[in-house]
Design a protein around this ligand. Structure first.
Ligand code: AHR
Length: 662
């Protein structure tokens, strides 16, 4: 628009301003489109067989830590929290939380005492009913589980509890909504008066669904009743082994080749008295004392114990990696001169896992239902303890004893040997990294410079955290994907890698971000979870050298592997575009001993409109991989990489030999 001579001066200057605004906005648009101009890149894959190398079968696995209620109130399906009224432990006053009392001071009196029939967890709950005419519905106790129990219509729940009552009494057991208005299941259990404890077992079938239910136990009869070890398990756990099926299914989708457990700092404890002790976590669940994990600040009944972790490894088809406490916590240490009993304790744990069903500890495992040994081939001697005063001394005691008793077990040191050699023997060394996205992106080259001799690297904890990650951003996943392509390339010396932490119950978000977020009944993967699913086929695959030619190559990270499913072979190119420009990419394959078949070739892309986008319960699929066909797939394939994206191109291969025969 231009000002005509007939216009007044005010109108003319208005038009001039508008005109400037228009030109300015056009200019901005031009600058913006210049800033986001499409970049070009050529990625060459040299597929000649002599240059290919097999990636270790163990490369990608998972690290499970009891953190954020990942286990108790998480993958372990037990619905009752503090089932033995033991929280508080043997040396501090017991704590019945989260149990609550139904009734007032005039009708019921509840206290703990030490009259349990279980010698390792002596606390029981004594309930004295004071009322002759008790309120309708009776008086008693209830447990809300871990922020409410997920009770689902038609499902069966197995209740077990230990009760002692000198007089005959009837207990009303029910599952109700948290406000008590919805009754989901109820049953009356008669208890005969006796001076002994009785084990009661009862199936409850839900007549409705409520995600935040509670278990309540009431009576109308005056008298005294003791309770202990009250458990409520859903009947449909994974393989009947006590795990929440839908969370296991998310673990399985990562195709984990190993399971590192049970921590992390959880293994160390703030104080040694609160560290995870395998011996206290095995045997009949009723007899386990439970313990307070003082690093992550919650009580666990230890239903998910050492045996269950070994069982979980087996169920996932993953090699167990047992991280044991080496006599060191965050704040106290056992002097090497006194470490012998701890070494013996660990040898016992290995006999429990690997010994014959006739051995002292193998027989305990067999009695728990697993006569076959569990194949423990890796142990980590502590967690993040390298700098501690007694680490080396203690380490050597464990190392020598284990090497002698189990020569095939691979031992993992806490000391980082990626840039300087270790001063002690080890099969692997542990490497942890939590950092910002730019740093992790650049760390894709970290192991390029590491010595090719000596122990292999176990990158057992990696993640982008803090402001770049929020509660699980696309940005974090892109940097992590770039880092993993670097691990694949260096997998001659990097043997294993796992993201951390794996799980978070959204009611206890102590550590952010995490790979899988859940509550009592829902779960979703963060972008970092989905990113890992695109590395699931890498373990055991062949890796090929690549070169990237582009003026934009500092924003790109890639790798190329060949892998096979049950029917077909694929050449997979994974590439991260860490920058904000789109990239026109040519994938060029040389020395390929097969033909690329467009049919069956696919592109899978993880991206979103904003690099800080996250998934949530309300929008769990905001940032998830999207798969499409790649109809132009050939020896030279043209694709476009979206800004801030992670893409995986699977080029279907037809063996030349087969083609020649056709
Ligand atoms: O993954 C969370 C914590 O980070 C682990 O417990 C510890 O090993 C690391 O410091």
């Amino acid at each position: 628009m231009f000002a005509s001579p007939s216009m007044g001066s005010r109108e003319a200057s208005l038009s001039t301003i508008l005109c400037f605004l228009l030109l300015f906005s056009l200019g901005c648009k031009c600058i913006a489109s210049e800033l986001h101009a499409t970049q070009t890149a050529v990625l060459k894959v040299d597929a000649s067989p002599p240059l290919a190398r097999q990636i270790p079968e163990t490369l990608f696995g998972i690290f499970f830590e009891e953190i954020n209620h990942a286990g108790a109130g998480g993958i372990w399906a037990e619905l009752v929290s503090n089932r033995g009224f033991e929280a508080g432990g043997p040396h501090t006053p017991s704590n019945i939380d989260p149990w609550s009392i139904i009734g007032d001071d005039s009708s019921v009196f509840v206290a703990t005492d030490r009259t349990s029939c279980f010698s390792r967890n002596t606390v029981a709950l004594r309930m004295e009913v004071l009322c002759d005419n008790c309120p309708a519905g009776g008086v008693g106790i209830y447990n809300p589980g871990f922020w409410g129990m997920n009770i689902e219509d038609g499902k069966t729940y197995n209740l077990v509890m230990y009760v002692k009552s000198p007089e005959d009494v009837e207990l009303a057991v029910s599952l109700t909504s948290s406000d008590g208005l919805q009754n989901l299941a109820s049953v009356t259990i008669p208890v005969s008066g006796a001076s002994n404890w009785t084990k009661l077992e009862q199936k409850l079938i839900a007549q409705g669904t409520n995600r935040t239910s509670k278990l309540q136990i009431t009576t109308n009869k005056k008298g005294v009743v003791w309770f202990d070890q009250v458990s409520l398990m859903p009947s449909d756990t994974y393989k009947g082994h006590g795990f929440r099926t839908e969370l296991i299914s998310m673990m399985l989708d990562l195709k984990p080749r190993f399971l590192r457990f049970p921590g992390g700092c959880f293994v160390e404890g703030e104080w040694l008295r609160n560290a995870f002790r395998w011996r206290e976590s095995i045997g009949p669940w009723e007899e386990r004392p439970g313990h307070f994990g003082d690093v992550w600040h919650y009580w666990t009944d230890d239903g998910l114990g050492y045996y269950e972790f070994l069982q979980l490894s087996e169920d996932l088809g993953a090699a167990p990696i047992w991280v044991f406490n080496n006599g060191i916590s965050h704040n106290d240490e056992v002097n090497t001169a006194a470490i012998a009993p701890f070494v013996k304790d660990v040898l016992d744990s290995l006999e429990f896992a690997r010994g014959s069903a006739e051995s002292t500890w193998g027989s305990v495992r067999a009695a728990m239902g697993h006569p076959e040994p569990f194949p423990v081939k890796y142990v980590a001697i502590g967690n993040e303890d390298c700098g501690k005063k007694f680490y080396r001394g203690n380490y050597l005691k464990f190392y020598n004893a284990i090497r002698e008793a189990y020569p095939d077990i691979q031992m993992i040191s806490n000391c980082d040997a990626s840039s300087t050699p270790l001063d002690h023997p080890a099969d692997l060394y542990d490497f942890h990294v939590y950092t910002d996205s730019k740093t992790l992106f650049s760390m894709k080259n970290t192991f390029d410079r590491s010595s090719r001799n000596g122990p292999k690297a176990f990158v057992s904890e990696y993640a982008v955290w803090r402001s770049d990650a929020g509660r699980g951003s696309l940005l974090a996943s892109l940097a992590e994907a770039a880092f993993l392509t670097g691990l694949e390339k260096n997998s001659d010396i990097v043997q294993m890698a796992s993201y951390a932490p794996l799980f978070v119950n959204n009611n206890d978000q102590t550590w952010n971000p995490d790979a899988i977020v859940f509550n009592s009944w829902q779960q979703y993967g963060t972008p970092s979870y989905w990113m890992q699913t695109l590395f699931g086929e890498s373990s055991g695959a062949m890796i090929h050298p690549i070169t990237i030619t582009s003026s934009y190559s500092s924003s790109l990270a890639a790798s190329a592997i060949t892998w096979q499913d049950s029917e077909n072979s694929f050449l997979r190119v994974k590439i991260v575009n860490f920058g904000s420009d789109p990239v026109s990419l040519t994938i060029s394959l040389t020395a390929l001993q097969a033909h690329v078949n467009a049919v069956g070739s696919t592109a899978t892309v993880l991206t979103s409109s904003n690099v800080m986008d996250e998934n949530s319960f309300s929008n769990p699929n905001k940032v998830v991989p999207v798969k499409s066909q790649l109809p132009n797939a050939a020896e030279q394939t043209q694709v476009t990489l979206a800004p801030h994206s992670f893409s995986s191109f699977d080029l279907a291969l037809t063996q030349s030999k087969l083609v020649a025969e056709m």
